[in-house]
Design a protein around this ligand. Structure first.
Ligand SMILES: [Zn+2]
Length: 186
């Protein structure tokens, strides 16, 4: 068999160079590019972790936050924030050079992720069954009344998805459901 002779045209995900891959899962033109991409991924993960750490340090109850905090919290650029301040869309107070504080509430209403209301599929309410003993047969009672074997009764219950309920030693099934099926067969 030996080496695969596959030559799949690909574009390196790191340097963008076109190359011929030997396997469909090859993503980089060379080991060097693979390593570089790996390092970049690790660096991004570290940055992400650091970002999360910083976000966690921002108290939730502070009405005014710094630009840097807003960038972190809402993933918007400084430019966007400054533009919104200039437009009067976000109230800001300037405590000094590089000490602008902006209203968290205002930026929150602008950049809060859209509220996701999960669409809950309407659950079909199962038919409420009356399992009172007057309204139910036990398997034994069905066997006796219709003259059929317990296994036939069980099979019929299963096949027709007749609701049943075990109470103590006995399995109860609604009389009306059983009557419907066996009455004809009598
Ligand atoms: Zn490459």
């Amino acid at each position: 068999m030996g080496q695969s002779k596959l030559k799949i045209p690909k574009t390196c995900e790191h340097c963008g160079k076109s190359f011929e891959a030997k396997t469909v899962t090859t993503r980089f033109c060379s080991n060097a590019c693979g390593h570089k991409a790996d390092n970049a991924r690790k660096k991004a993960a570290r940055q992400e972790a650091k970002q999360q750490e910083l976000i966690a340090k921002i108290p939730n109850n502070r009405p005014y936050i710094s630009i840097a905090e807003a960038v972190l919290l809402f993933n918007v650029s400084r430019d966007t924030i400054y533009r919104l301040i200039r437009m009067g869309k976000i109230p800001a107070i300037n405590l000094g050079e590089r000490l602008t504080r902006i209203s968290r509430l205002h930026i929150e209403t602008m950049f809060a992720p859209l509220a996701v209301t999960p669409t809950v599929p309407e659950v079909q309410q199962p038919k409420k069954m009356d399992y009172s003993q007057d309204e139910c047969y036990t398997i034994g009672e069905i066997t006796e009344k219709f003259g059929i074997s317990p296994s036939t009764v069980s099979n019929t219950i299963r096949k027709n998805s007749i609701p049943k309920k075990q109470i103590g030693k006995f399995v109860y099934v609604p009389k009306n459901e059983i009557d419907k099926i066996f009455a004809n067969k009598k």
